[in-house]
Design a binder for this molecule. Structure first.
Ligand code: CTP
Length: 431
């Protein structure tokens, strides 16, 4: 994916051992399609050389406000006008203090002060010793910077270069990359609290065996990430999958459908949107054995009887919060054939305003998918794309359908407001 295509990032480095991570970060930004201009302070150059950063960014490094290479000799103006964002990583405690006070005695601070604040966002990735991070002066500076409109990214926890352990490490390059990508996503779910289920469930037969299905959880994890990027607080209830938790998402791991129901009922109390992506097992063994079922040598196979699992989506869709409009529910349908017919029937059966159909065998385990959106007004296709790209489109579609805060508008009005221009009618017209 080229999530930063067309974006020009000014990457500022200040003094700190985390400068070594900035080299990797520079590469990661470029790999996502951004162009990167490096600006270094004198202190940063004690930790990593401009040669390294020039070679990686493929541009000469800027490190002086007196740079005669600039025709107008105003590097601070030129750099800050060209940028889609300024990212300072690592940002030292000293540099945070300088930003708070509007100091401008080196190129980087001068450029930050000279940037048009409403057009060029400033993001900082702090990096320092844990005592410095917790010091009241740094705490005050952090709060002041946020108040001044600066995005203060988090810090990592763990071993520090000084030998101590605690908060204050700079985030890893891949974490920073995800934060920058998220920063540029439209905040269409700002203020929303989103609950997502993902993955299969596992229904125990005995302590070593069980039944499950081929869902990988990738679509649900992509939706959780897209919702978080869109500004929502996200809780992800995940069946047994080995996927990394999207940044900033609260994850609750469960095994069985019954566990998933308990987790969801509790999390739904404060959610405004529920997206049920999980491929919940329809049945579970009626009497799981608490000891391993052994072969008795007779060749006889055990006979299993099943009971139906609770329907999590239908349960939440019928809850009082969903019925009074406080919880908007979106279902998925994993089908093998007749997608439109099954998805249309399933939307009504589950009692949800929006149902998203996909062909299970064509998408389980893969990184791409194609979706069919079915609501009361008809159906639209989101053509084949990566799961993350589809998740972002879906999030934007859902956002356009959410009741307005004062609930005056009907869904019909909302659909007019957010016309599905990106959607193809289903089935897609022949070329
Ligand atoms: N779902 C759920 N709890 C269940 C079964 C399904 O929450 N016990 C949700 C899924 O997360 C999905 C939707 O219901 O959002 C439809 O799931 P799907 O497996 O496609 O359909 P089923 O309800 O299981 O119906 P069928 O097996 O007949 O297709």
């Amino acid at each position: 994916m080229n999530d930063l295509a067309g974006k020009h990032i000014v990457l500022g480095l200040t003094g700190g051992i985390a400068c070594y991570k900035a080299a990797e970060l520079c590469r990661a930004l470029l790999k996502e399609g951004a162009t990167v201009q490096i600006v270094m302070t004198e202190a940063a150059k004690q930790f990593i050389t401009p040669v390294t950063m020039q070679a990686l960014s493929n541009r000469p490094v800027c490190d002086s406000q007196w740079d005669a290479r600039e025709p107008n000799n105003m590097a601070h103006i030129n750099l800050s006008r060209e940028a889609d964002a300024i990212l300072i990583a690592p940002c030292s405690a000293d540099f945070m203090s300088k930003l708070v006070h509007g100091g401008a005695d080196d190129l980087l601070s001068l450029m930050c002060l000279a940037r048009p604040v409403d057009k060029v966002p400033l993001l900082i990735a702090p990096a320092m010793n844990r005592e410095m991070w917790d010091h009241p002066a740094t705490v005050r500076n952090r709060a002041q910077l946020q108040q001044d409109g600066c995005t203060v990214l988090g810090v990592g926890t763990g071993d520090q270069a000084c030998g101590e352990t605690g908060d204050g490490r700079m985030l890893e390059p891949q974490e920073l990359l995800q934060d920058v990508i998220a920063f540029f996503q439209p905040k269409v779910l700002s203020g929303q609290s989103v609950l997502v289920t993902a993955g299969p469930t596992f229904e125990a037969i005995d302590p070593v065996r069980g039944i499950t299905n081929r869902s990988s959880g990738k679509m649900g994890f992509a939706i959780a990430r897209a919702a978080q990027e869109a500004g929502a607080q996200v809780t992800l209830v995940a069946g047994p999958v080995a996927l990394p938790t999207p940044r900033g998402v609260r994850r609750i791991d469960v095994q069985s459908a019954s566990d998933m129901l308990v987790a969801c009922v509790s999390a739904a109390q404060s959610a405004s949107l529920f997206v049920a992506t999980a491929a919940v097992a329809d049945w579970r063994p009626a009497q799981p054995s608490d000891q391993k079922i052994k072969k008795d040598g007779s060749g006889q196979t055990p006979s299993l009887t099943f009971v139906e699992n609770p329907d999590i989506l239908a349960t939440l869709a019928q809850s009082a919060r969903a019925q009074n409009g406080a919880l908007y529910c979106v279902g998925f349908a994993a089908e093998s054939h007749d997608l439109l017919a099954h998805a249309t029937a399933k939307r009504i059966r589950k009692g949800v305003p929006l149902l998203v159909g996909n062909i299970g065998p064509a998408t389980f385990g893969k990184d791409d998918n194609a979706l069919l959106l079915v609501d009361a007004n008809g159906s639209w296709e989101l053509p084949r794309n990566t799961k993350l790209a589809l998740a972002r489109q879906l999030v934007s579609e859902i956002a356009g359908r959410l009741p307005l805060p004062n609930a005056e508008s009907s869904h019909a009005l909302l659909r007019q407001r957010v016309a599905p221009t990106c959607l193809l009618p289903y089935p897609a017209p022949s070329p």
